[in-house]
Structures are given as structure tokens and as C-alpha cells.
Design a protein around this ligand. Structure first.
Ligand SMILES: [Zn+2]
Length: 60
């Protein structure tokens, strides 16, 4: 019996608000650069900064 597992890597971007510290995890978008301030926080008027970009590998 042959097992064929397919591995899929999904990249994620973690943003953290520089004002209130709220962390948001979302899927990586083309053009995301580490430690850049890109969007506005949902909870306050602060800017969110990209803290981490990582990949998660899932076997299917
Ligand atoms: Zn905030």
C-alpha cells in the first residue's frame, strides 16, 4: 500500500497594533514586508505593524 501525502504550505502574516497591542493573524499577501506599518487597528486608531511572517505546513 502506498501512501501519498500532499503537503500544502500556507503563509501567514501576524500584525500587531503599535498602540494597544492587539494581534491579528491573517493570510500572507504579496507585498507584505516585515516590520512595516501597513494598516489601521480595529480596536483603536493605532497603526498595525507586521511582526511575523511564517508558513504552516499541512499534510493532506
Ligand atoms: Zn490598537
Amino acid at each position: 500500500m502506498i501512501f501519498s501525502k500532499k503537503k500544502i504550505t500556507t503563509e501567514y502574516t501576524v500584525e500587531q497594533c503599535t498602540k494597544c497591542g492587539t494581534i491579528t493573524k491573517r493570510k500572507f499577501h504579496q507585498g507584505d514586508i516585515l516590520f512595516t506599518e501597513i494598516s489601521h487597528c480595529h480596536s483603536c486608531d493605532g497603526l498595525t505593524r507586521i511582526e511575523k511572517i511564517f508558513g504552516e505546513t499541512v499534510e493532506q
